[in-house]
Ligand binder design. Structure first.
Ligand code: PLP
Length: 380
């Protein structure tokens, strides 16, 4: 069975050895725009590409505002600050995610609380969120939700769209609204993913995207804050550009800001990548279809887009029989030049987050033991 899988993956990527998990592709105007940055000397914080890239993302996602930043992690951090997460607060998120989600909460000196995920979306389970809040949430006279068990304010909720598969965000929003909990959507992996026809990351108060080298659109490193709230967007720009007041020469900063800008040279690559993105998505969705059919034939569970969702299929994933079987497969594939990766270790199993409050994490643990990502680059 492992042999069949390896030879199928090799047939998808005949030119690559080893076959990487997700390699970036530069087939458009990347070089041209980079040369333009160098020729004009606008490699850093001056130049046309940052504004242009923000416009591209706004148009593509339908978000009213977009603010480019230096990484997805920085975008998450600033998004949480903008939703008024304060030291000592709590933020609900899912245990199965990339560590940046939980770290960004820690950067605000807040505590993550982990609520279990669901099999169908691999993301935050609205029913378990609802149960958690019924048992632990209480609205106080200041209009905020508090955790009855810990006494701390529940300042935000951060669902994450795992591998680009959208969570049931409409239900999560409905529940959080009842408890006055703002939502930051970690859509780092979900550029090109839609739920009920609307782009992921545009449902919550703020959404974030990542343009790291392994994401479907890359700027080398980079991120984006997206929102429909103009005031939040203005604050996001201010906070990520050292909170400097506009002036031709004076340096007046009116608060402690961050140097989280995206340099022009990175945005230039992003502009070129967006020009090719429709083709990238089509290619990735076709690859996912091929995987789906193949894994159906050999009777192995392959993760498909949930109901009402159109996924970008950032990383394709399968579920092995159990953890020992998963480990055997990882060794087998790696030895044969196929880069495969187990899903992240649950946040609640990492030393710095082991003490955090969590619900029963049955589904997350089940998936942690079994999920493996298989090569998902655009096929050339
Ligand atoms: C990639 C990623 C991030 C962070 O993005 P960077 O640009 O690498 O900082 C955050 N959350 C999730 C779920 C991610 O996959």
């Amino acid at each position: 069975m492992f042999e069949k899988i390896v030879s199928f993956i090799k047939s998808l990527y005949p030119a690559e050895n080893p076959v990487p998990l997700h390699a970036p592709r530069f087939t458009g105007n990347e070089k041209k725009y980079l040369i333009d940055c160098i020729d004009t000397t606008y490699v850093s914080y001056v130049g046309q590409y940052v504004g242009r890239f923000e416009d591209e993302i706004r148009k593509y996602t339908g978000a009213k505002h977009a603010v480019a930043v230096s990484s997805g992690t920085a975008a998450l951090h600033v998004a949480l600050l903008l939703t008024e997460v304060k030291p000592g607060d709590e933020v609900i998120t899912q245990p199965l995610t990339f560590v940046a989600t939980a770290n960004a909460i820690s950067y605000c000196s807040a505590q993550p609380v982990f609520v279990d995920i669901e099999r169908a979306t691999l993301g935050l389970d609205p029913d378990k969120l609802n149960d958690f809040l019924i048992n632990n949430g209480i609205l106080k006279s200041d209009g905020k939700c508090y955790n009855k068990t810990t006494g701390r304010k529940i300042a935000a909720c951060v669902p994450m769209h795992t591998f680009g598969h959208p969570v049931r965000i409409d239900q999560i929003i409905e529940i959080c609204q009842r408890y006055h909990i703002p939502i930051v959507e970690d859509a780092a992996e979900a550029l090109g993913s839609f739920y009920k026809g609307q782009h992921s990351g545009t449902f919550g108060d703020i959404g974030i995207l990542s343009f790291n080298g392994n994401k479907p659109v890359t700027t080398g490193g980079g991120g984006m804050i997206i929102t429909n709230d103009k005031a939040l967007a203005i604050k996001a720009k201010h906070l990520t550009t050292t909170a400097k007041q506009p002036h031709p020469w004076e340096f007046v900063h009116d608060m402690i800001g961050y140097n989280d800008r995206m340099p022009n040279i990175n945005a230039a690559v992003g502009c070129a990548q967006m020009e090719c993105f429709a083709g990238v998505l089509e290619n990735k969705r076709t690859t996912a279809q091929m995987y789906k059919q193949f894994f159906q034939e050999i009777n192995m569970p392959f993760i498909t887009e949930p109901d009402h969702a159109r996924s970008n299929y950032w990383l394709n994933a399968i579920a092995l029989k159990d953890r020992p079987e998963r480990d055997l497969f990882l060794v087998y594939a790696t030895e044969r030049g196929i880069q495969t990766r187990p899903v992240w270790t649950l946040m609640s199993n990492l030393p710095m987050y082991r003490h955090c409050q969590c619900t029963s994490l049955e589904t997350a643990q089940w998936l942690e033991d079994r999920l493996v990502n298989v090569p998902s680059s655009v096929r050339i």
